[in-house]
Design a protein around this ligand. Sequence first.
Ligand SMILES: C[S@@+](CC[C@H](N)C(=O)[O-])C[C@H]1O[C@@H](n2cnc3c(N)ncnc32)[C@H](O)[C@@H]1O
Length: 221
Amino acid sequence: MGRRRRDSRGKGGGKVRRSGLAASRGGPRHPRSADPWAERARREGYPARSVYKLQEIDERLGLFEPGQRVLDLGAAPGSWSLYALKRIGPEGSLLAVDLTPLGVQLPLPGAFRRADVFEMDLADLEPFDVVLSDMAPATSGQRALDQARSAALFEAALGLAERLLRPGGHFVGKLLQGPDLQTLRARLRAGFQSERLVRPRATRADSTEIFLVGLQRRETT
Ligand SMILES: C[S@@+](CC[C@H](N)C(=O)[O-])C[C@H]1O[C@@H](n2cnc3c(N)ncnc32)[C@H](O)[C@@H]1O
């Protein structure tokens, strides 16, 4: 995924090191990372800079409380899960789901499930207080195709939230903006007491991503 490859962790770390090698061969000297969010994530022990997007949404809208149950969809490499675990404390519980393994060890046994959200088995899942989705498709470079894939992931996450959130629970989902935006916002307004659109400061300037937030899931009849 293009955006993840630019992060300073994992594979992205390789890119940064290569620029350091170029510098030692007489090329221009660059700081280890020109991205202050990635630098901060590294310092604070998070595997991805995306943690500061969730933190901003949480600080603005108040997502978490101690003791909550959280479902984190598209959780790898694990920054959002680590942040949510801190916020819900030792009484809380979290299930992280991704196609790929996390890059961190979560301090809760059984907190990670390797799965495709389109094929998730919901049979053993209890209701959650918060459902998060930072899922992103593998990018093709074709804007319309990437947007459609992002919308499909968003809809899958929202569908799970509609089934698994307890009344009063919250949903956060990432979407690459496109023609589905207003329809998806209307669906959130129908299912939640309030709906917000957030573009956190840590979002890359060239990204069309936005976060749709549903606060206070309505009672279902
Ligand atoms: C931007 S990353 C998430 C970063 C994460 N929130 C963090 O802070 O570490 C997007 C993730 O979505 C996952 N993903 C994409 N499609 C998925 C699917 N169908 N089911 C589950 N996870 C998926 C990818 O594997 C990738 O790890």
